[in-house]
Design a binder for this molecule. Sequence first.
Ligand code: FMN
Length: 398
Amino acid sequence: MKNILKNKKIALCVCGSISAYKSVDLASKWVQQGADVKVLMTKSAQKFVGKATFEGITHNKVVDDLWNNESDLNIDHLDIAKNSDLLIVSPITANMISKIAHGVSDDIISTTLLATEKPIIIAPAMDGNMYDHFAVKKNIELLKKNGVIVLEPESGYLASGLTGKGRLRNQEEITAEVERVLSIADDLKGKNILISAGGTREPIDSVRFIGNRSSGKMGHSLAEICSQRGANVTLVTTSNLFVPNGIKKISVSTAEEMKVEIINLIDSMDCIIMAAAVADFKPEIFNEGKVKKDGIEKMELNLVKNDDILNLIKDSKCIKIGFAAETSNHDEFGVNKLNSKDLDMIVINDVSNSQIGFESDYNQVKIITKKGDIFKSDIENKKIIASNIIDKLKTIIN
Ligand SMILES: Cc1cc2nc3c(=O)[nH]c(=O)nc-3n(C[C@H](O)[C@H](O)[C@H](O)COP(=O)(O)O)c2cc1C
């Protein structure tokens, strides 16, 4: 397996949390894989772990003071901000989250983070009540909106003796995220990618609709990853999930609205990924206002077929990726869809498993290309699944 960390410059920023000791192990693992790890520490962090430990492991001086510069530039925070491939704050305290959300720069870590254009990952760790505090929640949302990657803490046993959400994410997941971010190249630069997401809602009357359980998480994750990899992304979505800056979002509700937007855009696209769960049928009649139940014992609803969007764009020159959300005979239905809709790739997932698929943050997929290449993922976070799908797309897009 390719060693992504080799020769990468990682700034590991450590704050004053009880879990600071876990960063020692992270630094050690990354150094063993060939990374050049520079540790930055707050004064509080040094109450928990000594500088000597990090210096012995990384063979680099720990930077803990804005005013004690040793870099070539003689301004350490600018040197680290410019020359690191990635900056990670693990653990990050409630205090540091607040500082970077509001642009405070009164110590080496907050000042370096303010000065960098490189990717920033933060891994919060704190008591459950602290993590639940409205100020912390608001600050984290603000950071996410501005492109900071947040590795949400786990639920579990906390230093207070209580159980709750606030425990630092496990080392493997932190390292996996660092590797994922470091492996993101601008490999989709200039590509126009159209992604559909979420479940459509087919109205019965002004207040009721027929819907499905798709949350839009998979499509939104795909949009985020394509955008991070340099693509111009247009996301046609029914979901209100957060969309990072740089992605063009078009909100729709019904299958018809989604169809109209896609048909309008398809000729300017290099690739379309149909991750949306588009209703096959809609009520034949839309009732203006709310249908009253008084005097009605039985109500019949006639359904008519929606247009099949993938069929309508069959002749388009762009690369077409479909999703097959199945509950049985997954491969058979998936391959049929790949062939009948002339797709370049199909992503098959089992939506009968409640641990994965609809609404879950996790998924497990089988990807089959037109050429017959098959890839089966592990059960992974949807962002990682999205990366897997885009890696496969890279093998067929010029
Ligand atoms: C024993 C102890 C453990 C602490 N653990 C945490 C923690 O896990 N997370 C956190 O946000 N703050 C924690 N704090 C509070 C921070 O250390 C404190 O807010 C400090 O000002 C943070 O400084 P820094 O952000 O500059 O590192 C802890 C404090 C003590 C005394």
